[in-house]
Write a protein that binds this ligand. Structure first.
Ligand code: ADP
Ligand code: MG
Length: 339
């Protein structure tokens, strides 16, 4: 287990800069998630840490060691990809034990390590099966098992759950959370899915165009997003952002240009009251909740989360009241203004 430190790390492909100076300290045992839209540089940054991509500038430290120029094999990190290449002709037991066999460990030691990994990952009853006789989730667990047996200094995951269906993704998310609790290893996990990031991470690193937009705990990012990008990336449905002038408010911090409000922080009040006026366009009924999508004149479209039992119907005109202290204010550069 090890800490990992990135110092002013850059990646250039010819004249194109893909990673634009990233500084980050990941503590020993921490579960850190890189999240951001497709193409923002998540995989590139992870592959640089793994040593699969050269680092153009800056430094990558593993523990106290400068690993910037080290080949992947020297770094002692385990990488788990979205597409898990298992050996089809080998049993689960042999797949999991393969890295140890390649390293020439004695059979008894391999068996013990494989048993241990199988126990952590609940693979015990599948050890003699072939990959083709496993579900997608079980195969992913075998791939993780194969990295666990090597006692890596850290685990690196690149969208490991993207190939799985929604129900299995939720199940594997739980498994990965348990895995981190059990192993207490340093983990870096890449995903474009903010829900995965929110539910798993000790700390989230939000990347935007190869730069860190914000680093923080899930709760910090949700409660105090530093800018519009993070405000609208974290949270579902996403934060409503309207021109400040369209909101009825007595006082506001200076320099404010836009106002943000999360769908779950808006109450529906009588028409004429509240901060905004809107007409219900569409109701999305989800059972426990209903999302109202309203047209609010110059403020544009606003989404509000209400109880699933709401009796509102399209065409109803209502007032929208943002709960006390729940406005987010942003300046002309999209940076949060703290009040
Ligand atoms: P993500 O994993 O966040 O979706 P990537 O790290 O895969 O993003 O890619 C980041 C950016 O780097 C993208 O714009 C991609 O087109 C670019 N990129 C990736 N690999 C190369 C390459 N070998 N040559 C040039 N550009 C690349
Ligand atoms: Mg990627």
């Amino acid at each position: 287990m090890s800490s990992i430190t990135l110092k002013a790390v850059e990646k250039w492909y010819g004249a194109v800069q893909v990673i634009k100076g990233v500084d980050l300290e990941i503590e020993e045992g921490e579960f850190v998630i890189f999240v951001g839209p497709s193409g923002c540089g998540k995989s590139t940054l992870l592959r640089m840490i793994a040593g699969l991509e050269e680092t153009s500038r800056g430094q990558i430290m593993i523990g106290q060691r400068d690993a910037t120029a080290e080949p992947p094999s020297k770094r002692g990190l385990a990488m788990v990809f979205q597409s898990y290449a298992l050996y089809p002709h080998m049993s689960v037991r042999d797949n999991v034990g393969f890295p140890l066999k390649s390293a020439g460990l004695p059979k008894a030691e391999i068996d013990a390590k494989v048993e241990e990994a199988a126990q952590v990952l609940k693979l015990g009853e599948y050890l003699d099966r072939r990959p083709k006789d496993l579900s997608g989730g079980q195969r992913q667990r075998v791939a993780i098992g194969r990295s666990i047996v090597r006692d890596p200094t850290a685990f690196l995951f690149d969208e490991p759950l993207s190939n799985l269906d929604a129900a299995l993704r939720v199940e594997m998310r739980y498994e990965i959370a348990k895995l981190h609790q059990t192993l207490k290893s340093t983990m870096i996990y890449v995903t474009h899915d903010q829900v995965e990031a929110m539910t798993l991470a000790d700390r989230i690193v939000v990347l935007e165009f190869g730069k860190i937009a914000q680093v923080g705990t899930p709760r910090e990012l949700y409660e105090r997003p530093a800018n519009l990008f993070v405000a609208q990336f974290i949270g579902s449905p996403r934060m409503n952002v309207v021109p400040f002038g369209t909101v009825k408010l007595d006082k506001a911090p200076s320099g404010v240009v836009s106002a943000g409000m999360r769908p779950e922080h808006i109450d529906v009040v009588e028409s004429g009251g509240g901060h905004l006026q809107g007409t219900v366009d569409v109701l999305e009924y989800l059972g426990a909740d209903t999302y109202l999508i309203l047209s609010c004149g110059d403020a544009g479209q606003v989404t509000v989360r209400v109880n699933g039992t709401t009796e509102l119907v399209p065409g109803d005109t209502v007032g929208l009241q943002v709960q006390d202290g729940m406005f987010h204010f942003f300046n002309g550069n999209g940076l949060a203004i703290s009040d």
